[in-house]
Design a protein around this ligand. Structure first.
Ligand code: URA
Length: 236
């Protein structure tokens, strides 16, 4: 057999195995079966989840959906396990994230790692980490509503592929956007359990806010325990 055809056949087999695995993964999440799986703009029909996630990443890296792209060094597509149980949503890239293209690459990220370790979770293994906007807002200001809306398509697409068991929103902006409660404070949002596309949403304070105000440590710890309880319940 010609070498090129053989390589193509092997490649098809690899794709088949990936898709078989993802189907099994879906059947373990019957509660979110209905989540819409959108076609990625530059993706091809029938792509495996890993390839679709990679297509979204490439799309984000060259995104010009809003004016934030003018000021970026690197867009930050988000990263983590394709089969993550937890989908973490932050605000947007700061200086370190803009420089490295990686989410939560600085102090806030180190602190977040500690939170997850405290509930026996590992960021790389159990989570996918994303942000409301993928380009750094000037002077680290909060993302605006129009910027957040323009960028939400990426959260939508990543959620549809990863199908996490729970979404963890860090801070006011992610909390308001994911719950649709655009004028509610974190203090009120964290008191309730919301869902987004059938996936439970937990809202807590942003690590940066907790680093600045130690009195927020106790409520965050309560929220983390709630997150762990939801996960453990679903794992059985
Ligand atoms: N703060 C965020 O909200 N997101 C990051 O990626 C880094 C810091």
């Amino acid at each position: 057999m010609e070498k090129k055809i053989l390589i193509q056949k092997l490649w098809n087999l690899v794709n088949l195995a990936e898709d078989y695995y993802s189907t099994g993964f879906k059947s373990r999440h019957p509660e979110i079966k209905e989540a819409p799986v959108k076609q990625v703009e530059n993706g091809e029909k029938g792509q495996s989840p890993g390839k679709r996630l990679e297509s979204i990443k490439q799309e984000i890296l060259t995104c010009k959906k809003c004016s934030l792209h003018y000021g970026r060094t690197n867009a930050v597509p988000g990263e983590g396990n394709l089969h993550a149980d937890i989908f973490i949503v932050g605000n947007g890239p700061d200086e370190e994230e803009d420089a490295t293209g990686r989410p939560f690459a600085g102090n806030a990220g180190n602190y977040l790692d500690k939170w997850l370790t405290a509930i026996q979770l590992d960021k790389g293994r159990h989570c996918f980490v994303s942000n409301i906007v993928r380009c750094r807002p000037p002077q680290n200001r909060d993302p605006g509503l129009e910027e957040s809306r323009a960028c939400f398509v990426y959260i939508d697409e990543q959620l549809a592929i990863i199908k996490p068991k729970v979404i963890l929103c860090l801070g006011r902006i992610p909390g308001q956007i994911l719950t649709g409660k655009l004028t509610t404070s974190v203090a009120k949002l964290r008191d309730q359990l919301f869902s987004c596309k059938g996936i439970p949403v937990i809202v807590t304070y942003h690590p940066v806010s907790v680093l600045q105000d130690q009195s927020l440590r106790k409520p965050v710890w309560e929220d983390l325990k709630r997150l762990k309880m939801i996960l453990d319940k679903q794992t059985g």
